[in-house]
Ligand binder design. Structure first.
Ligand SMILES: Nc1ncnc2c1ncn2[C@@H]1O[C@H](COP(=O)(O)OP(=O)(O)OP(=O)(O)O)[C@@H](O)[C@H]1O
Ligand SMILES: [Mg+2]
Length: 455
């Protein structure tokens, strides 16, 4: 199994509507602070989520599942993202939306499986034989190219590494020189080279060079202690999915047709069930030997009512596997039909799955909480608003929805700016509110003027 060169496949995300959320904002005893970390109100749900975070951190929650249920705009997605922030970057968090499973190319359960495996972390601790030190010399050795009378090829590299104990000159393979060039190693860097694979890792810049220039981006590290040649404990965090991808081979056998297929498919790799079982076996062995540690992460499935009965039966089974993450579902549906069946069920989720879940309820916001959330949004968007306008906007929010009120902030700011004012006032809000419609009033107009529209 390849571990050295596993690239992380964690998705990066930028969710603008939730960018003010920095955590759950709880006290040490799990009680919610009124306003903290960008969240306010919804105390019960936040406290429950806090307990779940604690369970996750103490690794007591693998294979368990949670459902956030509540009306639209009551902060379900926000709380799930706060959970992600709380558990930190060491624990994998994989967000997805129920409808992501529908694809014409890939089976639904395949997509679920992939996301399950993205949410399970493995921390691998290995003691490796390395050469470590500050680079004091890099000299490539060249010789004439036997295939080309004029060119030269690199035959090896002479590298000097310095530690507090002394320095050592090494003659290394050209492949190591290539690796060093890829990592952009220069004299003055602290690096280590793995003896078995020849992989080169840059630890940082030696602090002897710290005064050279004052670059903030540079990380200065002390010159390593001990011998240049030594055993070093290397810790790597990967997910099961990272391991799958790294070990998947391009599809097809050796014959001509499969070769053609490969050309057409442009190196598409396939992760088979067999490969996954193989990887599970190796991982389990590593865990038994104490080399690796299982870090169950979080799989967040938003809009879970979009899943169909096939997915649900699959989830029932997947949750019982011994390599399962914590699954958090969210939905805003009440009683509705389960996709792919005629059956009705609470939240559009079959009762046998519901039975396995802990359910957290989110409640509609009071006017005061809406005022708070709106003012948090204004400050994250760097927009100033006067008190009257804020109260007025919150009042609109209670009549329409929190989301609608949040969306009026930026257009109102544009009006204020064109008027040369720095603060949004009540008139801006009123004008924007008269220009746009919220969902409820739009529906009302449609009903009143039903005869004028094509139906
Ligand atoms: N308690 C809160 N504190 C601060 N901001 C909040 C809070 N609750 C919700 N918000 C913000 O309000 C907006 C709507 O909330 P969110 O998207 O989480 O609702 P939801 O419950 O997921 O709704 P839906 O069911 O429609 O998906 C978001 O911008 C969110 O960040
Ligand atoms: Mg949501």
């Amino acid at each position: 199994m390849k571990i050295e060169e596993v690239k992380s496949t964690t998705r990066t995300q930028r969710v603008a509507t939730h960018s003010h959320i920095k955590g759950l904002g709880l006290n040490d005893d799990f009680t919610a602070k009124e306003i903290s970390h960008g969240l306010c109100g919804q105390e019960k749900a936040r406290e429950a989520a806090g307990i779940v975070v604690d369970l996750i951190k103490s690794k007591k929650m693998a294979g368990k599942a949670l459902l956030l249920a509540g009306a639209p705009g009551t902060g379900k997605t926000a709380i799930a993202l706060a959970v992600a922030q709380e558990i930190g970057s060491q624990v994998p968090f994989c967000p997805m939306v129920g409808s992501e499973v529908y694809s014409t190319e890939v089976k639904k359960t395949e997509i679920l499986m992939e996301n399950f495996r993205r949410a399970i972390g493995i921390r691998i601790k290995e003691t490796k034989e390395v050469w470590e030190g500050e680079v004091t010399e890099i000299t490539p050795e060249e010789k004439e190219d036997p295939h080309d009378g004029y060119g030269k090829v690199v035959e090896g590299v002479i590298l000097s590494l310095k530690t507090t104990k002394g320095s050592k000159q090494l003659r290394l393979d050209p492949s190591v020189y290539e690796n060093m060039q890829k990592e952009k190693i220069t004299v003055g860097d602290v690096i280590y080279i793995e003896a078995t694979s020849g992989a080169v890792k840059r630890v940082g810049r030696s602090d002897a060079y710290a005064a050279e220039y004052d670059l903030e981006a540079e990380e200065y590290v002390p010159i390593p202690k001990g011998d240049v040649h030594k055993k070093k404990e290397v810790v790597q965090d990967v997910t099961l999915h990272d391991l799958d991808v790294a070990n998947a081979k391009p599809q097809g056998g050796q014959d001509f047709f499969s070769l053609m297929n490969q050309v057409n498919r442009q190196k598409k790799t396939e992760i088979t069930e067999k490969l996954r079982l193989e990887i599970n076996k190796v991982v389990n062995k590593y865990i038994d030997h104490g080399i690796a540690e299982l870090v169950p992460g979080v799989l967040f499935i938003d809009e879970v009512h979009m899943l169909d009965i096939e997915c649900f039966t699959y989830l029932n089974r997947a949750l019982e596997s011994n390599l399962a993450p914590i699954v958090i579902f969210a939905t805003n549906r009440g009683k509705c039909t389960i996709r792919g069946t005629e059956m009705k069920s609470p939240h559009g989720v079959p009762v046998d799955l519901l039975d396995r879940l802990l359910i957290i309820k989110t409640l509609p916001y009071s006017i005061n909480e809406i005022v708070q959330i709106l003012s948090i949004r204004c400050s994250t968007e760097n927009i100033e608003i006067d008190e009257d306008a804020l109260a007025h906007l919150a009042a609109i929010g209670t009549k329409t929805s929190l989301r609608y009120a949040v969306q009026l902030i930026s257009p109102s700011n544009i009006l204020a700016e064109t008027d040369g004012r720095e603060k949004i006032n009540k008139e801006d809000i009123d004008e924007v509110n008269s220009l746009f419609f919220d969902a409820k009033s739009s529906a009302k107009i449609l009903q009143e003027q039903a005869d004028k529209f094509i139906s």
